[in-house]
Design a protein around this ligand. Structure first.
Ligand SMILES: C[S@@+](CC[C@H](N)C(=O)[O-])C[C@H]1O[C@@H](n2cnc3c(N)ncnc32)[C@H](O)[C@@H]1O
Length: 234
């Protein structure tokens, strides 16, 4: 079974198969568009992946600059976002590398990321306060005065209540709220599958066999999940 990073590197199509079943009622789009005014906005998105988040606001945005380090995710995003190609650019970049702090102007009205910075805080392996500060600074450096930053991260999959899964993400979210002044919004984003076989195969491929086992044990084809949006006015 490939690791999550191997999936991002070489299995973008299967990643998309998973997220095609997520948030079927569009709760995330509704919450995002209530928190952030995308109308005509210049947007920068880190860890844009296959463009699932981008698609939620692309029609309204004025321009969109996506960053990610995976060429396979970018290939898939180009297909998904073809209708918006005239207002989009997609750059391959590691947002944890030193050169990320030298992203060229222009600044954006909205800077956001989805499920990517949490990985980076993990990769940094320990000093969560320093990793969080670096990621917040990276975003502030490219946000116009009066603009907004939003981080979208997990609050648990196949759980009954929203909670940070694990100590590192808990510390990351505490830093965002307690130290950097971000406000949290909780959004239910369940997965809905047509049958149990598809649920087990799809969830197991991305999250691993233990997740597939807990999905089987729950015994329903709707798998609850919660997502947090941490937002900040700059
Ligand atoms: C869980 S996926 C999320 C993709 C997309 N935001 C979405 O909503 O589906 C995580 C993405 O972050 C990217 N990523 C993780 N660490 C990164 C890093 N240090 N620099 C650039 N991209 C990174 C991966 O390549 C992957 O596309």
């Amino acid at each position: 079974m490939p690791s999550m990073y191997e999936i991002y590197q070489s299995h973008a199509d299967q990643y998309d198969e998973l997220i095609a079943h997520e948030d079927p009622d569009g709760n995330l789009r509704a919450a995002l568009c209530e928190l952030l005014d995308f109308e005509g906005a210049d947007v920068i998105e880190f860890g844009a992946g296959t463009g699932r988040l981008t698609e939620l606001y692309a029609e309204r945005a004025g321009s969109i600059r996506c960053f990610d380090r995976s060429a396979d995710m970018r290939r898939r995003a180009a297909v998904r976002l073809e209708a918006y190609s005239e207002k989009m650019s997609y750059e391959l970049m590691d947002h944890a590398a030193p050169e990320a702090s030298r992203i060229a102007a222009p600044r954006a009205d909205i800077v956001l990321e989805g499920w990517a910075f949490g990985h980076t805080v993990f990769d940094d392996g320990g000093n969560v306060a320093a990793s969080t500060a670096r990621l917040v600074d990276l975003c502030k450096a490219v946000t116009r005065s009066g603009g907004s930053i939003a981080f979208i991260e997990t609050l648990g999959t196949n759980v009954d209540r929203p909670a940070p899964p694990g100590e590192i993400l808990n510390a990351f979210y505490q830093e965002l709220e307690g130290h950097h002044g971000f406000e949290k919004t909780v959004v239910p984003t369940p997965y809905r599958f047509p049958d149990m076989d598809t649920a087990l195969k799809t969830m197991g491929f991305f999250f691993g066999p233990p997740m597939a086992e807990t999905v089987r044990a729950r015994g329903t084809t709707e798998v609850p999940e919660f997502t947090g949006i941490w937002s900040l006015k700059v």
